[in-house]
Structures are given as structure tokens and as C-alpha cells.
Design a protein. Structure first.
Length: 381
């Protein structure tokens, strides 16, 4: 056995032992070595900064990274070479890949549409299960799509990789029994519903500006609608047509801005760090992005400022935390009072009994989407 074989076997054994790899998918994962789809240069996320790792420079470290249970950044800045350092394509961590494939409930012979080809690794796993001729994979980036197409062909999984905007689906190969997105959406495209056969499933990461994200499981009905619940933690890059504008806090929070000042006893931890609370707040408050800035870039120092930013308009709030205090100064600027909106949403969630995100669901029809709690009759967003 080669070093790659050993690392591959060890990864799958670890995933299976941890209950992360379903027995139904074990053989398919065994047949698809991950390193055959990973680019020669990747970036590791180190404290929010992309650090390059080149196979030519560190072949052993590169190979170990291919079989580590961690995501790998495979493209920066849409490949434009601008040097901003924004992650724009990645290989998901194997645990997440296994979780999403288990949720898809894909069976041999089913037709499947994948949104976001990326490296092609996920498409190869789909092909191992359903048959390469029954898999269509879309990627909006021509360079990413071409590289994945070549990797899939070389690895013996010649699925149909199409360079296209995945939010429009791909009508020529419809209807599909399963649709799987590997990029997050804030709004589920109706095209996915329209191109899925009745009884089919759609699995996609879903999120808001405040919370990215949860895994959404939808079942398509004969009346042309789809409905289902959220379950699972799956933060992904956005589909390009729905991603939020880039920008640092310094670009949006200016010294010359006038602001109101108040004090709150609500600690940011309860609204930002609690998965279920932040999910509910994101549903209730649109277009609000949180950013936490630690003093001296030291998370262990205890002092920090939590910012709430409207990524589309000139509104912001800051929420200052000092060690040993229980009252926190709040400043707000702009036509929206973002902290007030957050606090109202948090109190709504608390008054509702602090529901887990798994009690929420979503229905999609031609008119759009609606988020609900416990049942479609109780809309919340």
C-alpha cells in the first residue's frame, strides 16, 4: 500500500468509528481517493488567514492535508489574482461530505443534480453510488469546472460537468430524483424544485447574513412545492449570486458617523455563540452581519467588540465587552437600529421556549420561500 492508501484507509476508519460515515456509503468512499481531486496548491485557514500549501514544496504535508478531516481552500478571489485573500472555492471537510450524502439518501440508478462541482470529489462519490451517466454537476466558474472535469475523467468518473449558474438548475437532464448543493443559499431557487421529480429530495446548506448555516432537507410534492426541516451544522461559501458584499469593519464604521448610545445586560455570547439563537435571529432579522473584533487580535484577552453590520446599507451597531462587567455599551448608527432588531429577535426566540433549529422548516413555491416553526401554519420569516 502507498502512503495515500494508508491515509485514505485511516480517514475512513476514523469517520466510521465516530459514526460519521454511514455503512451505505463506506464502499463508495473507499473507491474514491480524495487526493486525486485536490489541486497542487491549496490554502489552510489559520486564524482566518489563508496560508498556502504547495504539493511541490511539501508533498508529505500536502498529502496529509488531503486526508485530514478539515476543509481545504482551493481558490481565492474567484481566481482573479487580486490578492484580497477571500476564499471562493473549497474542498469540504470529509465529515461534512459524509453527513450531506447520508441526508441525500441517494440510491443506485437515481438521477442527481449537484450544484457546485468544486474539486469534483463529491461528484465522484455521487457517481460511485448512482452511476456516472446519471450525475450532472454544475459550477459557475469555468476554470474550476474544467479542472474538475479533467480530474473526474482521469479518475474514471466521467460525470457531465457543466459550466453554468447552478441556481438555474440544468433542464436538459431533468427531472432529477435528488438535488444536492455544495454552496449555501439564502433563497432556495424555485428552478431546483421545478426540476425535481415529485417525491424527490433537495439537500442544501441554507443560511442568512447572520447565521451560515444549517442543512435544509426538502421533499418535493406533486403540486410543485417543496417543504422540509433544518438539521445539521453546515457552513458553506455562498452561491455567487447570493453572497454578501465583502468589506472590513473599518470600511463601514467611520469615526465621523453620528450614533446613539445605550447600555444592555444582554451578553453577545447568548445571541452570537448559541447555534439555535443565532439561527432564529437570522431568520427574524434580514441583512444583518455579525463581526467580532478582539482587542489586540487576542481572543484570550477577554475584551472585544461585537459589530452588527447591514452589508447593503449604511447602518451598524457596536456592542462592547470588557472583562468583569455585566452591562455592555451599545452604539447604533444609520436608519436601522440593528441592535434593537437583534434584541427583539432574541427575546422572541426566548419567549418561544428557545426552540432548536430543528423545529424550524421552510416551504418553497413559485412565489418564493417561507420559514416556519413547527409547521407551515406558523410562519416566522
Amino acid at each position: 500500500m502507498t502512503a495515500a492508501d494508508d491515509l485514505h484507509s485511516a480517514l475512513l476508519a476514523d469517520l466510521a468509528a465516530a459514526g460519521r460515515l454511514s455503512p451505505q456509503w463506506r464502499d463508495d468512499f473507499t473507491r474514491v481517493p480524495r487526493h486525486r481531486f485536490i489541486p497542487e496548491t491549496v490554502w489552510l485557514d489559520e486564524d482566518g488567514e489563508p496560508v498556502p500549501l504547495r504539493r511541490a514544496d511539501s508533498p508529505d504535508e500536502w498529502l496529509r492535508a488531503c486526508y485530514a478531516d478539515r476543509p481545504l481552500i482551493t481558490q481565492l478571489d474567484d481566481g482573479d489574482g487580486s490578492g484580497h485573500g477571500y476564499s471562493s472555492s473549497s474542498a469540504s471537510m470529509p465529515t461534512t461530505v459524509a453527513m450531506m450524502l447520508a441526508a441525500l439518501d441517494l440510491r443506485p440508478g437515481m438521477r442527481v443534480l449537484e450544484i457546485g462541482t468544486g474539486t469534483g470529489y463529491n461528484a465522484a462519490l455521487l457517481a460511485a453510488r448512482a452511476g456516472a451517466e446519471r450525475v450532472t454537476s454544475l459550477d459557475v466558474d469555468p476554470a474550476v469546472a474544467e479542472r474538475a472535469r479533467a480530474s473526474l475523467k482521469a479518475a474514471g468518473w466521467p460525470v457531465n460537468v457543466v459550466t453554468a449558474d447552478g441556481t438555474a438548475g440544468y433542464p436538459p437532464a431533468a427531472p432529477y430524483d435528488r438535488v444536492l448543493a455544495t454552496a449555501a443559499v439564502q433563497r432556495v431557487p424555485y428552478a431546483w424544485v421545478a426540476q425535481t421529480a415529485p417525491g424527490g429530495r433537495i439537500v442544501t446548506p441554507w443560511g442568512t447574513a447572520f447565521h451560515n448555516g444549517a442543512l435544509l432537507h426538502l421533499r418535493v410534492r406533486a403540486d410543485g412545492t417543496a417543504s422540509g426541516r433544518f438539521g445539521g451544522n453546515s457552513a458553506f461559501m455562498w452561491v455567487r449570486g447570493q453572497r454578501l458584499p465583502h468589506g472590513a469593519v473599518e470600511d463601514r464604521v467611520r469615526p465621523e458617523h453620528d450614533c446613539t448610545q445605550t447600555v444592555t445586560e444582554l451578553h453577545p455570547h447568548y445571541a452570537l455563540a448559541d447555534f439555535d439563537a443565532s439561527f432564529a435571529i437570522g431568520v427574524r432579522v434580514p441583512a444583518m452581519k455579525p463581526v467580532v473584533v478582539f482587542d489586540n487580535d487576542d481572543p484570550g484577552g477577554g475584551a472585544y467588540t461585537a459589530y452588527l453590520l447591514d452589508p447593503f446599507a449604511e447602518s451598524w451597531a457596536s456592542w462592547r465587552v470588557e472583562p468583569g462587567t455585566c452591562r455592555f455599551p451599545v452604539r447604533q448608527h444609520g436608519p436601522r437600529r440593528l441592535f434593537d432588531e437583534l434584541r427583539a429577535a432574541y427575546m422572541w426566540w426566548a419567549d418561544a421556549g428557545r426552540p432548536a433549529h430543528t423545529r424550524f422548516g421552510l416551504t418553497v413555491d413559485r412565489a418564493g420561500q417561507a420559514v416556519w416553526l413547527d409547521g407551515p401554519e406558523r410562519r416566522v420569516g
